[in-house]
Design a protein around this ligand. Structure first.
Ligand code: CTP
Length: 403
């Protein structure tokens, strides 16, 4: 059992035990977990988002209606993109909110929209812990499948008070988190033992040391697919062109620039069971790359640019004589006749599946959402418009179902 590469959403609510959450973040990170902190308004009275963010190594989410946070991920995605939600400390008030399904702040909304296990570490005054509403709420939460660690018995922060209500110690919470994630390790890793190669981002083809030809691509869809396959247990090599998004955790990134380098990296990563070619590979490159910067010459026409065709990576992999992966997936950007063009590509490139995206829809290129049609020999299946991460999750599940 390990927390390595597990994505934990840590909700910190407002109690004096919040100071222990700082140590908890350290302990979780030491074990390789990625921690996304969410703080309630009351939590910010006890510890600062600055300290939490510094320890977690990333953004701290505090508000439900923050324009920036919502644009960044949105509370629904926050709720969905984690392996475990950990609430530490869980105050009496937050437990009441969870039991009633109240979503009037970010913590409440994320808890209500979740689809992963939840573990709470209650912390409160002993009288509040034994109060009838708390007892009722705990029973409701347990019936809803929420797991609990602690509270322990001991002295309270309030002078002279002792009893049950102390938040469990960080290492006990870590052990409980490992137990909470144990079923996930075995049950939901249908691709464990399988190797996958994903290409993502654009390729960049040099004209001279400062100029290049490239395709537009943010790498978001490809990176999300790499993450989704890794989440199902696949051993993923992500071959990516230059993008501005970070390397995801839990995959092996290989950085390349040109189509030829991308092909080389993909071939080196073979053999694999699954290949998903999402990169927007430049179809052409300059025939001759100038060794020095080409200079403007007054009165002379611009230099001619002779293009030659790049290797087709998907086609090479799809027709690989010795090492063709069992499942080869390509992408196709289309503006019209989506299914017809995609089935032509399926045959030409030797793929088992073409995921065609309709780029005539506004905001698909470089945006967060995508509308795709899956085309196989058997036929076409259209999915509604959804987040690129959702497309990735569904596609990974589709791939897992083939094995
Ligand atoms: N692809 C590739 N290597 C290339 C070109 C494309 O691996 N040199 C892959 C892409 O990663 C994607 C699919 O092939 O999976 C896209 O095919 P492509 O023929 O480039 O499709 P479009 O970009 O839609 O272009 P067109 O419609 O002009 O054929």
């Amino acid at each position: 059992m390990s927390l390595q590469d597990k994505r934990i959403l840590l909700i910190i609510s407002g109690g004096i035990a919040a100071y222990k959450s700082l140590d908890l973040i350290r302990r979780l990170k030491e074990r390789g977990a990625a921690v996304t902190p969410v703080m309630t308004t009351a939590a910010c009275e006890f510890i600062t988002p600055l300290a939490v963010g510094a320890l977690a190594g990333g953004h701290v989410f505090t508000e439900l209606f923050s324009r920036e946070d919502e644009q960044d991920v949105g509370h629904i995605r926050l709720a969905r993109e984690h392996d475990l939600i950990l609430v530490a400390p869980a105050t009496a008030s937050l437990m009441a909110k969870m039991a009633a399904g109240i979503a009037d702040d970010l913590a409440g909304a994320v808890l209500l929209a979740r689809d992963c296990p939840v573990l709470i570490a209650p912390a409160m005054n002993p009288k509040m812990w034994s109060a009838a509403p708390t007892v009722r709420n705990l029973a409701t939460l347990e019936a809803d499948g929420v797991m609990t660690v602690g509270p322990g018995t001991g002295e309270m922060a309030e002078r002279g008070e002792a009893g049950k209500g102390r938040m469990a110690e960080p290492l006990d919470i870590v052990a409980a988190a490992e137990r909470a994630l144990a079923p996930l390790e075995t049950a939901s890793k249908p691709l464990s033992g399988k190797r996958a190669i994903v290409t993502s981002g654009p390729t960049v083809e040099a004209i001279d040391p400062v100029r290049y030809i490239a395709n537009r691509s943010s790498g978001r869809q490809g990176h999300a697919i790499a993450v989704a396959l890794a989440a199902l247990g696949a051993d993923v090599t992500l071959v990516t062109g230059p993008v501005s998004i970070p390397d995801p955790a839990g995959v092996k990134p290989v950085h390349v620039e040109s189509a030829r380098q991308m092909l080389d990296a993909v071939e080196k990563a073979l053999p694999a069971d699954i290949a998903v070619m999402v990169a927007a590979v430049s179809d052409w490159r300059a025939e001759d790359e100038a060794a020095q910067k080409m200079k403007k010459k007054p009165g002379e026409p611009p230099p001619p640019l002779k293009l030659v065709e790049n290797p087709d990576i998907l086609k090479t992999v799809g027709h690989h004589a010795a090492l063709r992966p069992a499942l080869v997936v390509g992408f196709a950007a289309e503006t019209n006749d989506v299914a017809a063009y995609a089935s032509d590509k399926l045959a030409r490139k030797g793929a088992d599946l073409i995921v065609a995206n309709d780029v005539s829809e506004e905001g698909v290129m470089g945006g967060a959402r995508n509308r795709v049609t899956l085309v196989t020999k058997e036929g076409a299946e259209s999915w509604p418009a959804m987040d690129k991460t959702e497309v990735a999750t569904r596609l990974a599940a589709w791939i897992a179902a083939r094995f």
